[in-house]
Design a protein around this ligand. Structure first.
Ligand code: HEM
Length: 502
């Protein structure tokens, strides 16, 4: 009898172990991986589109293998809610990449640091000391000046009906504003900011195969290690010189807090007690300062300039929407020559236009990779520790189940009387991501976009060169450090003065 009972108990135990085990091991469905490269060959030049296509077959939580890395692709707002909402803490880390070893001074910044105490402190520090509304408002005068110069440059070009390269024009605006905010100046004959920033964008945007197939790290087949080293040397040299100058200069002047750039602020809080950086007082050293400044350059420039170019392109492509926005601007801004930051909250149609553009043309279509720090079961699927998670917001924006059958249409009015926003409560518009790791500068990012777009549309009418019809404007995208237009936006301006054409 005892032996019989023992056998039954053992049987039950084995069955329980087996069923639990198989339940836990049920990975999300996905395409069959090849040896070494896994599914890398399926991604193509536009991975957000390729992954969207695959997710139609395998579902909104899909497994994929990127070289030797396990990844999960999340392709619907409901699924995103599980990963970036309900279980955000487990997916709040970043995978280790080769770039951070060289560029981020041993992961001393926010962007690529792993989740933990250091990242928490440095993020809190940046949000409070650098990116707070008060600090960002302190640069309003500088932004107004830069926008004014850009408008004047385009006004002069309009007098001779010149074609304006809006990609370059907006790029210079954002770079100028960023360099002044970070370093206190935008030109320095010793460094070519533009060259360093451009190279940085290329390096950030290149998919480094060695991150997925580690054995390739020894060969540097793409020449990226060489480029990382040379770039980091240039950046270090530039930032070291600028920081030393600020240190020397700050000894000889009394600064007003509204005139302090980011280097000034970082130097002023270094070694001082503050509730926001209590735990950091020992760690805000020169390399941390450099890592933070590099993060800011990476966070601001490409995202802002690419977003602005997409919004302008969408407006030129859709004259009805452009007209309606110009009317809104005329009614709110009136005869004033320029749109001011205080006008922006009243421009509700502008907000809808930006949402609609971000839905169809997200600059970060796969957000930024996250990595799980624990094993977890989600929707019945086992997701092992150290799985990479990519959230395909491009797929959300093109899903008729989320936006109805007219989802391919550019229709800002779809947001009228709807509670859909970048801030939630839903996960439909996830361009700035969500949860602990979500973009810490969303309001500032949107401010740059609203300000540049509203002024370019209030001050000018735009037509395409060579008699090209708006219908033929090329809206194709490429996947680089951001999702950018393949062809830069070129257009001919006509100047407006207080709403009337000059
Ligand atoms: C249109 C503008 C912008 C867009 C669309 C955007 C989007 C994003 C996205 C998708 C992430 C990844 C979040 C995640 O992993 O969940 C991110 C992170 C980040 N962004 Fe932005 N961003 C913008 C502007 C800015 C600006 C202006 C700054 C800086 C001043 C900035 C600084 C950062 C930083 C530091 C992170 C890393 C956060 C972390 O890892 O904890 N971004 N952003």
């Amino acid at each position: 009898m005892f032996i019989f009972m023992l056998l039954v108990a053992t049987g039950i135990l084995l069955w329980w172990c087996y069923s639990t085990h198989t339940h836990l091991k049920k990975l999300p469905p996905g395409p069959f991986p090849l040896p070494i490269i896994g599914n890398l060959h399926l991604l193509g030049n536009l991975p957000h589109r390729a992954l969207h296509k695959l997710s139609r077959k395998y579902g909104s939580i899909m497994s994929i293998r990127l070289g030797s890395i396990n990844a999960v692709i999340v392709s619907s707002p409901d699924a995103a809610k599980l990963f970036l909402g309900t279980h955000d803490a487990i997916f709040a880390s970043r995978p280790e990449v080769q770039l951070s070893k060289y560029l981020y001074h041993g992961n001393k910044g926010i962007l690529l640091s792993e989740y933990g105490e250091y990242w928490r402190n440095i993020r809190k520090f940046c949000v409070t000391e650098l990116l707070s509304p008060v600090k960002i408002n302190g640069f309003a005068g500088m932004r107004k000046e830069e926008i004014g110069w850009m408008v004047e440059e385009i006004r002069v070009a309009s007098m001779t009906h010149q074609v304006v390269d809006l990609n370059k024009m907006v790029g210079s605006l954002i770079e100028g504003m960023t360099c002044r905010m970070l370093f206190g100046k935008k030109n320095d004959e010793r460094f070519v900011f533009r060259r360093i920033i451009d190279e940085f964008a290329v390096v950030l945007g290149t998919v480094n195969l060695a991150d997925f197939v580690p054995m390739l790290q020894h060969f540097d087949l793409q020449g990226l290690t060489r480029r990382f080293k040379s770039l980091v040397k240039d950046i270090d040299e530039m930032l070291d010189t600028l920081i030393t100058e600020h240190e020397e200069y700050s000894l000889t002047r009394i600064q007003r807090s509204d005139q302090m750039n980011f280097i000034d602020i970082l130097l002023s809080v270094k070694n001082k007690y503050s509730v926001t950086h209590e735990n950091l007082s020992k760690t805000i050293d020169r390399s941390t300062m450099k890592a933070i400044l590099v993060d800011m350059v990476a966070g601001i420039i490409d995202t802002s300039k690419t977003s602005i170019e997409w919004v302008l392109s969408a407006l030129i492509k859709h004259p009805r929407v452009m007209n309606k926005l110009q009317k809104e601007l005329a009614s709110i801004v009136g005869d004033k020559q320029m749109v001011e930051e205080t006008d922006l909250a009243k421009l509700s149609y502008l907000h809808m236009v930006v949402k609609e553009t971000f839905r169809l043309y997200p600059v970060a279509p796969l957000l930024m990779p996250r990595e799980s720090t624990e094993d977890i079961v989600i929707n019945g699927y086992y997701i092992p520790k150290k799985t990479q998670v990519l959230v395909n917001v491009w797929a959300f924006g093109h899903d008729p189940q989320v936006w109805t059958e007219n989802c391919a249409e550019f229709l800002p009015e779809r947001f009228l009387h709807k509670e859909i926003d970048f801030r939630g409560p839903g996960f439909e518009l996830l361009n700035f991501s969500a949860g602990r790791r979500g973009c810490p500068a969303m309001n500032f990012g949107l401010l740059n976009v609203y300000l540049a777009v509203s002024n370019l549309v209030h001050c000018f009418d735009w037509v395409l060169p060579d008699g090209t019809s708006h219908i033929d404007l090329d809206m194709n995208e490429k996947f680089v450090s951001t999702m950018a237009k393949v062809k830069p936006l070129l257009a001919i301006p006509t100047y407006h003065m207080g709403g009337s054409t000059v």
